[in-house]
Design a protein around this ligand. Sequence first.
Ligand code: C2O
Ligand code: CU
Ligand code: CU
Length: 502
Amino acid sequence: MIAGGLAAVWGAACHRPAGSLTVPIMTSASNAVPGGPADVEIALRAVPGEAVLDIERAGASRVWRFEGEVIAGPKDTLSSFERSYLGPTFRVRRGQRVRIHFDNALDEPSIVHWHGLNVSQENDGHPRLAVNKGSSYAYDFTVDNPAGTYWYHPHPDGRTGAQVYAGMAGMFLVVDDDDHARGLPTGDFDLPLVLQDRALDAQGELLYDHNPMIGMLGDRMFVNGNPNITQLVKAGAYRLRLLNGSNARIFKLAWSDGSPMTVIGSDGGLLAAPVLKPYVMLAPAERIELWADFGRAPAGEELALESQAFVAERGRMGMRGGASVPNGTPFQACRFSVKGRGRRLTLPTQLRALAWRPPVEVINVGQPRRFDVTMNMMRFLLNDRTFEMTGVAPDERVKLDTTEDWEFRNPGGIMAMPHPIHVHGGQFQIVERSVAAGAKEAWSTVGDGLINEGWKDTFLLMPGERVRIRLRFERHAGLFLYHCHNLEHEDLGMMRNFSIEA
Ligand code: C2O
Ligand code: CU
Ligand code: CU
């Protein structure tokens, strides 16, 4: 069904350089599960299935999806979106020990990654741990992240894009009891929204066919795995948890009535205080939490989150080929139909205290570890290297219990593309952004909406931009990944290991 298409062809042509060091690492395909009771135990299966992808035509289309079931522990740990291809939404608490039995019923290897969670390498879903059809993998970890909006998706070598696109992804919410005290909307007024684009072929089946330079861009929107992108809301205050679950689509989100965006959270939970922005850039894998007051709309009105026009890349030479709706094209991403009265709440002025890592703790302050993000003759490179399953270069080794600054550079130029950069192993802080003179004009179409606030695990690196981040390597030694979260770039090799060494 899901055609490998160009991805398979280009994947085969992808070069893997020799000469990098290989470190001894855990390669067992099964995680040794220590004894003792878990707080919650879950069965999660990757299965072929069906979902309605086109409201206008009768019948369902083929998808791949996660199916979940609570085996032990609180039943409300899992919930599902209605008429959705997405996997169940997890709701867990910090400190809970979670055991997940993953079964793969797909015809190809797969493995699950818990995006943004601080877990050991055995639980991180590295591609070397992928299991074949009929095999399973046991996860066992204690939730160690602050309350926030995280997610999960497959992470097999070379097929992450195809599997996510086929429907495999879900929300992973870490919750606590404090939202009420903080004055934030809860229950039905705390609304997760997974934004994804897709393309369908003439038969209404998912079409996975793309220009590998750009990645897979669709021409229709899905919200929470449903082609009906209209959400019914009440005239009151909402907490909207937005995830960009697309492969390559970058959103420039703004309210259709021109109100500013009130940002209260990002990848790793709540911000210190709400921040107003004219629009918000949301790159693949990024999350944003908004405070939205639908009481401002007259009853029966519709409001929309629009994706506005921006300059994505200055490519020539048919760079836009294949995508009928290139990045930067305006469209409606999500609609809200306002009916009935909700609760009026006052936006809190403070949300939570964030303890940034002090500069004195940084072992390379002023001399960040540097990563050049480049594309060259169909090769997708991080410091001139592509992915090697267990390869780690000397400059990709860090020490446990240290704090470092890393700087990612997108050189810009004619072929430059935006890259959403993601680092496994926890959350980091964005320290600084700078833009080359020649790239300023294009950058100014996105600059005011870039998310630098709060704890992050993914950030948008625009052409001509340098972004400096501060990371603390704590708790877990082992092999972790950093990569571009344009899933086609990732699958074509724009991914590397780094090793945290005790
Ligand atoms: Cu969300 Cu390594 O990925
Ligand atoms: Cu991740
Ligand atoms: Cu990229």
